[in-house]
Design a protein around this ligand. Structure first.
Ligand code: ZN
Length: 308
């Protein structure tokens, strides 16, 4: 990591527990460096023992765990204080995901943004918001994240990531005296859901709310995932208005038993957008948008854009 602005990232990663490896399944669709949704073991937790606070040491799978109470689009208004949201921080400190154009780890971007979202949700009364931070190698932790969310009987799962590009699209440059890679070709946020999630329709509904709020803030979604240049990383665009893509194979989306969505908040391999993603202004926009989407999801009557 280099660059004068790296020093401002918060260092308060409260890792409560780590869990040794499990069997894994192939994430399959992304280069190892930016295999979003991979991760390895869970860890952290909300320091305060509020509702929803998680201790991973107490997370072995429990047979017969009841299915979480999931809101349907027609559900009545929920009680934010009892609504359990898992904010999954993509990747780990040891397996950092993508590397930005200025050689900053994606994990740091993910953690920073997820913390902003956590703060805003709790400020809006969503006391049961749990920040999920995983440690260790990547892939086995995918299942630990799923186990954690399922055992918490979360009402909603949101995984926070930042985007890159396939390795073959990278270009070389130097920043702050160090060699690096960039691609200014693409930018924008994107939202992913899995049809294999048992609450797919509700996942899609929340994903569309997130995309709608991003768009309302003037942001545009990344459109390259439908393009042939993405090769095996192509994804079906499910909603052309809000930028929701289908990504069935992601473990954290398909194995969770509650509505689950993955947000790529923006591209950190794009040199201009990396600076934007680093800025408090963009973090405020994204975290406010996600919080607004959660509030609408929790209370469908807040919807202002017609039937969902
Ligand atoms: Zn990622």
């Amino acid at each position: 990591m280099s660059g004068s602005w790296s020093g401002s990232w918060p260092k308060g990663r409260a890792v409560i527990a780590s869990i040794a490896g499990l069997s894994l399944l192939s994430v399959g669709l992304r280069d190892a460096a930016w295999a979003c949704g991979n991760a390895k073991v869970l860890a952290k937790y909300a320091a305060s023992p509020k509702p929803g606070a998680l201790r991973l040491a107490a997370l072995p799978p429990r047979p017969g765990t009841p299915k979480p109470a999931v809101l349907s689009p027609s559900a009545a208004k929920c009680d934010p204080s009892k609504f359990r949201i898992v904010l999954d921080v993509g990747h780990t400190a040891e397996s950092e995901g993508a590397i930005s154009a200025r050689n900053v780890a994606e994990f740091d971007f993910n953690l920073h943004l997820a913390q902003r979202i956590e703060e805003k949700l709790k400020a809006e009364g969503f006391a049961g918001t749990t920040l999920l931070v995983t440690e260790g190698k990547s892939k086995p932790g995918l299942f630990k994240r799923v186990v954690a969310a399922n055992n918490l009987q979360a009402n909603l799962f949101l995984s926070i990531h930042h985007d890159s590009v396939p390795d073959r699209l990278l270009e070389k440059w130097e920043f702050d005296g160090k060699k690096g890679h960039f691609s200014d070709r693409f930018s924008g946020y994107s939202v992913f859901v899995s049809r294999d999630n048992p609450e797919f329709k509700t996942s899609l509904r929340f994903a569309e709310l997130v995309g709608k709020e991003m768009r309302a803030q003037g942001l545009q979604y990344a459109q390259q995932y439908t393009q042939s240049i993405m090769g095996r990383y192509q994804h079906e665009l499910l909603d052309k208005e809000t930028g929701v893509y289908r990504y069935d194979q992601l473990v954290v989306l398909r194995k969770t038993r509650m509505p689950a969505v993955l947000l790529e908040a923006g591209s950190i391999i794009n040199r201009e957008e990396e600076l934007q993603m680093k800025s408090p202004e963009r973090q405020h926009i994204v975290s406010s948008g996600v919080t607004a989407a959660v509030k609408e999801f929790c209370d469908p009557r807040r919807a202002i854009h017609g039937p969902l």
